[in-house]
Write a protein that binds this ligand. Structure first.
Ligand code: SAM
Length: 309
């Protein structure tokens, strides 16, 4: 309902994946995804009952130690094509069909930013957005659908998830902007698919107008959250905005406070620390000003502004 109200209020377009010709409405596509998801749910449940996560198959010193945990007991953690292929379906099931709608709350502060920019005579074409830890890029397609002309960078640490994101962006373009040359990789308007860590972003200072980060902070150790916030500040232009979307925390929905930490039992080692961490204080400490807060079911979206110099 909240999602629909936002569409009616002209904050963002009707979700493009509702088009009847979208592949997710093809019964064969859905059947294949459902079969893979059921298989994954059984494997995950087995590990959860035993309390034993599977070690990740890939040994690499290129990744931080906390990253190679198999969060949620999922097979291969973030490091396989199989994991990336089933991620969207699994999380939609886990959140009882609310995942996309919760993520789209991130479009609210972006819409306010765009309106403010329009008053100053700037258009999305003149801006640049970075999505950090974009995963399979599914949410990025909703950003693109709202602002197809805005150049953007899709980043994540997992090359497997980035490859999936490229596939999703190509599919979005084929369906929504057929034949249109948006520039960047595959003419999707994504100037780069960037393999980089949130806490050490590969790129110069003050490159972006907007940094968006969805469902990452609850998976980071506290010190890394601070480093990521510092990096967001560094890569943003003065006046730029961070949009941070993640799980609700203690006090956001007081009636959930007693049970909220239980999600930490799903091999989410930093979740209990996350729910009690003061995100506003972290962002203020590195120089941001707190801006807006929206709640949508189990998710919240915060925005922070980098002061104008
Ligand atoms: C829970 S998923 C969220 C993905 C996507 N934002 C979404 O909402 O669907 C977490 C993602 O963060 C990425 N990730 C985890 N730690 C990271 C880090 N330090 N830097 C960049 N990406 C990271 C993982 O590879 C994974 O794709």
């Amino acid at each position: 309902m909240q999602d629909y109200d936002n569409v009616r209020g002209d904050m963002y377009p009707m979700p493009w994946d509702m088009a009847p010709i979208h592949r997710q409405n093809n019964p064969l596509f859905m059947l294949a995804r459902t079969a893979q998801s059921v298989e994954e749910f059984v494997a995950t449940l087995r590990r959860r009952v035993r309390g034993q996560a599977q070690p990740v198959w890939l040994s690499s010193s290129l990744y931080p130690q906390y990253y190679t945990k198999t969060y949620h007991y999922q097979t291969d953690g973030w490091l396989s094509d199989r994991s990336a292929r089933i991620y969207e379906h699994n999380t939609e099931v886990l959140f009882l069909g609310r995942q996309d709608a919760m993520q789209r709350t991130s479009l609210l502060p972006i819409a306010s930013y765009m309106r403010e920019a329009a008053l100053a005579g700037r258009s999305p074409r003149d801006m640049k957005l970075l999505e950090v830890a974009a995963g399979t890029g599914r949410f990025h397609t909703f950003i693109k659908d709202a602002y197809p002309e805005m150049p953007s960078v899709v980043s994540d640490l997992s090359p497997f998830y980035l490859a999936r994101a490229r596939n999703n962006l190509n599919y979005w373009r084929a369906l929504r902007q057929p034949g249109r040359r948006l520039g960047g990789v595959d003419d999707t308007g994504v100037t780069r698919f960037l393999q980089t860590a949130a806490e050490q972003i590969d790129g110069p200072d003050q490159e972006y107008d907007l940094v968006v980060c969805v469902y990452l902070f609850h998976e980071l150790p506290e010190a890394i959250r601070r480093r990521a916030a510092t990096e967001f500040f560094r890569v943003l232009k003065p006046g730029g905005m961070v949009v941070l979307t993640d799980s609700v925390q203690l006090g956001d929905r007081p009636s959930w406070d007693k049970s909220i930490g239980l999600f930490g039992d799903f091999n989410e080692p930093y979740y209990r620390n996350y729910v009690s961490c003061d995100l506003g204080a972290i962002f203020e400490e590195v120089g941001f000003m707190c801006d807006t807060k929206y709640l949508c079911s189990a998710t919240k979206t915060l925005s922070f502004r980098k002061p104008l110099e």
